[in-house]
Ligand binder design. Structure first.
Ligand code: 3PG
Ligand code: MG
Length: 418
């Protein structure tokens, strides 16, 4: 990596302002916000332990949710400070502001090894606007800046980009944390010259979300396996009927172009040959987002090329799962992004679980390197209890996707070069 990392810094006695991604799923229980999944907190512990060992004063900055520049009590980071302290086995102080005189005074009285977490930086509208004055204010808390928030590195915000520029301008150094370094290595360098066969599994709802990734991976992969609702747009492109499946008719051309590119590049491009389908029936209820809630009735396997007019595809079928497993156990490098079906519903999780098991089998039995590109695939692996049996799971959702597309992430671009 061409960027400085924490290992290159002398941090003794210095104020290290560190951006972390503590945007963790939370839920209200008995009037208290409880953390449902602390993975993102856990993954920053190595950087924190290194900084403590080297005598840094650590000031943590993060966002939670999308409060849109307003103080939203349910999005306070206070519970995260308590959780971090418990996981680290050391005190972590919490301040209910992110910048200003009080915070500056506090930070200037810190001792080596002290850790403080600042309140949700998105309580300030200037954060998402990447406002220069605000970045300047944040930079007053820092002798050096460290970014370990890979999951937020695709955002050009004050805490990810602006503050690094302000610190740099004053002659200070900006470095990647150990988690950031690992993410960039696995999602970047490791996929540059992968051991072959290199098999990619892509799922999720939309072709439009993944088209740039598909296009880029068609240059690198030996085999691409497609699942999720995205597959139905490909079916449409092949002139097949998809019933009530989720499709993007305006992306049929894009899907067709991908199929042609696969052919001309000699990439094996597999689509589901069977599907689990079900009949969606309106319940008359609306969900939290105001969309009608459908009940999925009569789930069954469909082996015909066409999906009946009144049915919706909701998962890959058993023959497809078996065919995908065949490819995966031959792989030396695997990249997986996106579920195979509506895995939140246990009736439609079998395809995703089968893929998860095959990825684990390839990793554990055949020595494949397996890299999981964040978001729902990580959720699915964790749900199946297989999270620790793959080579690497990204903590990024949108960030991993943008990085896999080949985009330069603003939070990485802003760091000092080696
Ligand atoms: C995430 O959870 O994807 C990151 O923390 C970024 O959050 P955002 O999508 O609200 O910017
Ligand atoms: Mg997000």
């Amino acid at each position: 990596m061409g960027k400085l990392t924490v290992n290159d810094l002398d941090v003794r006695d210095r104020r290290v302002l560190m951006r972390v991604d503590y945007n963790v799923p939370m839920e209200e229980k008995d009037g208290q916000m409880v953390i449902n999944d602390a993975t993102r907190i856990k993954e920053t512990l190595p950087t924190l332990r290194l900084l403590v060992k080297n005598g840094a004063k650590i000031i943590l900055m993060a966002h939670l949710g999308r409060p849109d520049g307003k103080r939203e009590p349910s999005m306070s980071l206070r519970p995260v400070a308590a959780k971090l302290s418990e996981m680290l086995g050391a005190p972590v102080a919490f301040l209910d502001e992110t910048c200003g005189e009080r915070v500056e005074n506090y930070v200037n009285s810190m001792k080596p090894g002290d850790i403080v977490l600042l309140e949700n930086v998105r309580f300030y509208g200037e954060e998402e606007d990447n406002q220069a004055e605000f970045s300047e204010k944040l930079s007053r808390l820092a002798d050096v800046y460290v970014n370990d928030a890979f999951g937020a590195a695709h955002r050009a915000h004050a805490s990810t980009a602006g503050v690094a520029q302000a610190v740099t301008k004053r002659g200070g150094k900006c470095a990647a944390g150990l988690l950031m370094e690992r993410e960039l290595r696995f999602l970047g360098d490791e996929l540059e010259n992968p051991a072959r066969p290199f098999v990619v599994i892509l799922g999720g709802a939309k072709v439009s979300d993944k088209i740039k990734v598909i296009d880029r991976l068609l240059e690198k992969a030996n085999t691409i396996l497609i699942g999720g609702a995205m597959a139905y747009t490909f079916k449409l492109a092949m002139g097949l009927q998809v019933g009530k499946s989720l499709v993007e008719p305006d992306k049929v051309d894009v899907a067709r172009a991908a199929l042609e590119k696969a052919k001309s590049k000699g990439v094996k491009f597999l689509l589901p040959t069977d599907n689990v389908i079900a009949n969606p029936v309106a319940t008359g209820k609306l969900n939290k987002k105001g969309k009608p809630v459908m009940e999925m009735q009569n789930p069954r396997v469909n082996t015909a090329p066409n999906i009946p007019a009144e049915d919706e595809g909701v998962d890959i079928g058993p023959a497809t799962a078996a065919a995908y497993r065949e490819e995966l156990v031959k792989a030396k490098t695997i990249l997986w992004n996106g579920p195979m079906g509506i895995f939140e519903d246990p009736r439609f999780a079998e395809g995703t679980n089968a893929v998860a098991k095959a990825v684990v089998e390839a990793t554990q039995k055949h020595g494949a390197k397996s890299i999981i590109g964040g978001g729902d695939s990580v959720k699915a692996l964790n749900k199946a209890g297989l999270g620790d049996k793959v080579t690497f799971m990204s903590t990024g959702g949108g960030a991993s996707l943008e990085f896999l597309e080949g985009s330069e992430l603003p939070g990485v671009a802003a760091l000092s070069n080696k």
